[in-house]
Design a protein around this ligand. Structure first.
Ligand code: HXC
Length: 257
């Protein structure tokens, strides 16, 4: 098994961070491998969602590999942050939605990977945190930008500036995760994905883009984006099929076109 495993479970691709001896910490090589796996997912026939999980019971991902971070030339560090940011941002342009299955620790870059996914599910023992401040650092793979967008500036600043842990129940209460799961997290992830995988991928993609643009745009411009994307969705064959199926009182058969 390599450190990043890409497998298939039904219509879901499953990416497993498989370095449990280091709590699935992210070396730069692993981040590159994650990027390559995302590119592979984009090409996989019949895949309708991506699930990301950490190997072992204890950790989703303990963040950037701290041992590798020391004594690096400044420009290498800048390129490293840019690499992590661009690989994680790739999740926004995948043709399928992504779900982080946070089974244990999600610290630093691990939290940032989960934040970059479309959805997050947590096991009851999940613990989130952006503890970079304790190392004299700050997040570098998108945490300062995505966390406030998800849970608001006040809470994000508190979590980033204290470096404190956020347990699963609090994560759910503040909207950091979509749900906390009792029992088998992978099974729950497959069931969660099953709530949207039967829908048209183009429509799902337009919905994701429109909502994500909301954080960047003034209301009037966001509404224009929505009008345009909803009209694009309207022009798909899937929309024609969906509306026809409603009138004919049958289930639609979407073909992603
Ligand atoms: C490298 C790590 C690691 C990490 C854990 N390990 N986290 N190695 N980088 N981020 C290694 C440990 O060194 C150890 O290996 C093994 O994993 C088990 O970890 P322990 O610490 O023994 O486990 P435990 O006592 O259960 O504590 C778990 C933990 C702790 C609370 C998660 O490991 C921890 O605090 N890790 C660091 C978390 C963190 O600060 N993440 C943010 C990184 S900075 P050995 O071989 O030593 O026994 C970041 C962004 C930086 O993510 C910005 C970049 C641009």
């Amino acid at each position: 098994m390599s450190v990043v495993d890409l497998t298939r479970n039904g219509d879901c691709a499953v990416l497993t961070l498989n370095r449990p001896e280091a709590l699935n910490a992210l070396s730069f090589a692993i981040i590159r491998d994650i990027g390559a796996a995302f590119d592979e997912v984009a090409e996989m026939e019949g895949v309708r969602a991506l699930l990301i999980i950490g190997a072992g019971e204890k950790s989703f991902c303990a963040g950037a590999d701290i041992k590798e971070l020391r004594n690096r030339p400044l420009m290498d560090q800048l390129r490293g942050a840019e690499l992590g940011q661009s690989v994680f941002a790739r999740l926004d342009t995948l043709p399928v939605p992504s779900v982080a299955l946070v089974n244990g620790y999600a610290f630093g870059g691990g939290s940032e990977l989960a934040l970059a996914c479309t959805f997050r599910l947590a096991s009851e023992n999940a613990v989130f945190g952006l503890p970079e401040i304790k190392l004299g650092l700050i997040p570098g793979y998108g945490g300062t930008q995505r966390l406030p967008r998800l849970i608001g500036e006040g809470r994000a600043l508190e979590i980033i500036m204290t470096g404190r842990n956020v347990k699963a129940d609090e994560a759910e209460r503040i909207g950091l995760v979509n749900a906390v799961v009792e029992g088998d997290l992978m099974q729950a992830g497959l069931e969660f994905a099953g709530k949207f995988t039967r829908y048209s991928l183009p429509a799902l993609g337009f919905a994701r883009s429109a909502v994500q643009r909301a954080a960047d745009l003034p209301l009037a411009e966001g509404l224009r984006v929505e009008a345009e994307l909803s009209t694009l969705a309207y022009r798909t064959q899937d929309a024609e099929e969906g509306m026809a199926a409603f009138e004919e009182k049958r289930k639609p058969e979407f073909k992603d076109g």
